[in-house]
Design a protein around this ligand. Structure first.
Ligand code: BGC
Length: 813
């Protein structure tokens, strides 16, 4: 036998791609590692490498054939809008999510898309995060498994998926220049684990780096994140692209493992990359690796396309997908409370109140905005469902767009309620309340919605409230209605799905993938969230969501994992088999009610004695079981080493301590129905580390946790590449430049009187938060980086003079 020492190829690089690269001059290789336009990669005609399209998004295709933008402004082709990630994750149904992935993949393939930009799976650190509707969960295991299921489905159709936004992208405020300070253990256990699971389980073709910085480094320039962890540790063998206009220093990014810059910056960085190679700051082989990954992906896309067909009948495909979207919306609907009023009988008189019944709140604003193929409304669906069997009265009660109400609207709603046996009241968050681009500054639903809830529940004893929102809202009124159904942003079939659930034609299959706090001020993450525009300290460490509520005994209003059913289930004694950390938990489940239904058996691990402080319990497995009345089945959950491990930051290793562990079997994080203890043996020795005295580390505790002094927030002045257009106001001249830029950008964007609120607000936030480096990147060669540097020097010089003059310093005007 001969053993050859074949050179080991870098992850994501094929021999064929490397061979092509070896024939290319440097300029060609540099050209390849930036996009050709808003959505396309560069082609390499000489080698027969075609360009491919990447486009949004996570719950439906947003393919723009005309002008492109990443804010959901210009037209896109009609596509199925599935429920957004909050609702998808709330299904806890990995088979269903895989089906949704297939549907997304098929629509993408039919539109000749190479890579679909989703799913998003960042942790919901704070319920007011503007993009929470696009993210899965506060729990990394659930987020990672849900994302993996979607990726499997999408890629099985020959289209690449893109995990985003890697990493630690948990707020929108100044997302382009925000430095997130997080200790190593929390980073690994909470913020990276979901990505790790999705990478290991589903091997996505691509990953998108986040806008923000992580511990002082731009996420897209962190070799630790992009190469050491993602590729060397987890074995990712695909391509990493930037988020749109996220590039800061392209050469540093290439070295870090950032392969493709998106969208095109029309060569703005090319000379700098070449100069970095000449200066020995970037190695030619790093460039080759990035270029080879782009080529390898382009070839992969082409090969998949050659071996597959688009959908033969697009209308039939859309009809199927609409039905799937309807099922998914019901499966992600969470029945928060129910005194037995639900499901409703289709009889008597029903008052349907709330403008969302006519103008559904079905998706969120920003880059994930889908032009739907159809849009079901609850009003039409309910009319159809009731037929002549019942009387239906409808009153909007408020304006769907603004959430405001006139007295006349309120009176009309009350009159409708008074005349009905049962009231269904649809409330939630109007579109402009939550979007990509900005965070919410409170968790309230509009005052008019609260007024309706209070007034109607005060005079009526059969009131069902349904909620349409992408993330938790405050519900001080939660005890007043007879039932509350959280429908989330259920996609284009949300209107019919909510009616399906209300009348029991579908069950409310969802369980919360996030805690609903009693008050946002209870949360330790609230101590530092969107209150400093340039720096955020994750002082709460791992105590996010139920990890906080359960450990510190501060109950949530609705706990993680909670959700009621229309039937009842009995869980038998769990059986634990297996050896070491590889344990199988088997729980017999019986449907003891008289309706078919599903439940989610959740397994949490509690470590009674630990060297490190740990959340009191953490989700380590789950199984959704669907049963006919009287039927039984086993819920089976497999545990492994990571189910018990902690990350030893001092040693850079996952470790399992010897000792007893309690396996807690439950139906939510607070409804534990059985426990089982196991003992593990292990030689692992975990290094002692700082243990904060409360859920919010003090400054000195946090400094110890991060192993360095807490960095200062980057000053707003002098202006730099990461300063945003909104920062220009700091100087008089800057204010003038801002006015010119805003007018220029405004001309390019078709915002008019009929532009929907959420799109307008999102666009305004996008412009204000656009980093100054984007002036060079998006100017199509009109402004070079050298010119931008000059502009910044002038602005900073005049600004400094102005500041000194304001302080009355002599000799400087
Ligand atoms: C978003 C990404 C999106 C991209 C392209 C960015 O602003 O953060 O999630 O995929 O735009 O639209």
């Amino acid at each position: 036998m001969t053993v050859t020492d074949a050179p080991v190829l870098p992850h994501g690089v094929t021999e064929q791609a490397l061979e092509i690269v070896s024939r290319l001059p440097r300029e060609e290789r540099i050209r390849l590692i930036s996009g050709a336009s808003m959505w396309y990669s560069e082609a390499l005609d000489s080698e027969g490498v075609a360009s491919f399209m990447m486009t949004d998004g996570p719950h439906g295709l947003r393919k723009q054939n005309g002008d492109g933008d990443h804010g959901g402004l210009h037209e896109s082709v009609p596509a199925t809008c599935f429920p957004t990630a909050s609702a998808l994750a709330a299904t806890w149904d990995l088979d269903l999510l895989e089906q949704v992935g297939h549907a997304l993949g098929l629509e993408a393939r039919t539109e000749e898309i190479g890579v679909l930009l989703g799913p998003g799976l960042n942790i919901k650190r704070h319920p007011a995060g503007g993009r929470n509707f696009e993210y899965m969960s506060e729990d990394p295991l659930l987020a990672g498994r849900a994302a993996a299921a979607l990726v499997r489905g999408i890629q099985a159709e020959g289209v690449g998926a893109c995990l985003k936004h890697y990493a630690v992208n948990n707020q929108e405020t100044n997302r382009m220049g925000l430095d997130t300070i997080v200790d190593e253990r929390t980073l690994r256990e909470i913020y990276l684990t979901g990505f790790e699971i999705a990478v290991r389980e589903a091997q996505p073709w691509t990953v998108m780096s986040a806008y923000n910085l992580v511990n002082g480094e731009h996420a897209g320039e962190s070799r630790k994140l992009l190469t050491e962890i993602l590729r060397d540790d987890w074995g990712f063998d695909g391509l990493v692209m930037t988020d749109w206009i996220a590039t800061f220093d392209r050469a540093v990014g290439v070295h870090a493992g950032l392969d493709l810059e998106m969208p095109s910056s029309t060569g703005a960085f090319d000379a700098r990359v070449s100069a970095a190679i000449d200066a020995g700051e970037l190695s030619e082989s790093d460039l080759d690796t990035a270029a080879a990954r782009v080529i390898a992906l382009a070839l992969r896309v082409a090969a998949e396309r050659a071996s597959r067909h688009p959908a033969a009948h697009v209308d039939a495909m859309h009809a199927d997908h609409h039905a799937l979207a309807r099922r998914a919306a019901a499966a992600g609907s969470v029945l928060l409370t129910n005194d037995g009023i639900l499901p409703l009988a289709p009889q008597g008189s029903i008052a349907l109140i709330g403008a969302f019944a006519e103008a559904p709140r079905h998706q969120g604003g920003g880059s994930s905005l889908v032009q739907t193929t159809r849009l079901d409304t609850a009003l039409e669906a309910m009319r159809a469902r009731l037929g002549d069997g019942a009387t239906l009265t409808y009153a909007p009660g408020y304006d769907a767009g603004t959430g405001e109400a006139t007295d006349a609207q309120l009176q009309e709603a009350l009159a409708a309620a008074d005349g009905a046996d049962t009231v269904v009241l649809m409330v939630g968050l109007p579109t402009s309340f939550e979007s990509e681009g900005y965070d919410r500054d409170h968790l309230d639903v509009p005052a008019s919605h609260v007024r309706l809830i209070q007034a109607i529940t005060a005079r009526h004893d059969r009131v069902v409230v349904t909620l349409s929102n992408g993330a938790p809202v405050d519900m001080p009124w939660a005890d007043a209605p007879n039932a509350i159904l959280e429908s989330y942003l259920g996609g284009q079939a949300s209107g019919s799905a909510v009616v399906d659930v209300l009348f029991g034609d579908a069950e409310p299959g969802g369980r919360l993938a996030e805690s609903f706090p009693v008050a946002v001020t209870d949360l330790p993450s609230n101590h530092d969230f969107a209150n400093d525009p340039r720096l955020v300290q994750y002082r709460e460490g791992p105590y996010v969501g139920y990890r906080f509520h359960d450990t510190f005994g501060v109950p949530a209003r609705f706990a993680f994992g909670h959700g009621l059913s229309y039937t009842t289930f009995e869980l038998g004694a769990p059986k634990v088999t297996g050896r070491g950390a590889a344990r199988k938990v088997t729980v017999p489940v019986t449907n003891t009610g008289d309706r078919a239904g599903s439940t989610v058996v959740q397994v949490y691990v509690h470590d009674p004695v630990s060297t490190l402080h740990r959340p009191v319990q953490e989700l380590k497995g789950f199984a959704k079981v669907t049963l006919e009345p009287g039927q039984s089945a086993d819920a089976v959950v497999q545990l492994d080493e990571r189910s018990f491990a902690v990350y030893d930051a001092a040693d850079g290793a996952w470790k399992v301590e010897a000792g007893d562990y309690e396996l807690r079997v439950g139906l939510s994080s607070t409804e534990i129905v059985a426990t089982k203890s196991i003992r593990l043996t292990s030689d692992d020795v975990v290094t002692e580390a700082a243990r904060p005295a409360s859920a919010i580390a003090t400054a000195s505790e946090f400094a110890r946790l991060i192993g360095r002094p807490i960095p200062a927030s980057r000053p707003a002045f002098p202006l730099h590449y990461d300063s945003v257009i909104g920062d220009l106001d700091q100087t008089w001249l800057g204010g003038r430049v801002k006015a010119v830029l805003t007018a220029q950008i405004g001309k390019m964007l078709p915002v008019g009187d009929d532009t929907p609120d959420e799109v307008r607000t999102t666009m305004e936030a996008f412009i204000t938060n656009m980093p100054l480096r984007a002036i060079a990147m998006a100017s199509e060669g009109k402004v070079s980086f050298a010119q931008l540097d000059t502009l910044l020097t002038v602005l900073n010089a005049t600004g400094l003079k102005a500041k000194r003059a304001a302080r009355g310093e002599a000799g400087l005007t």
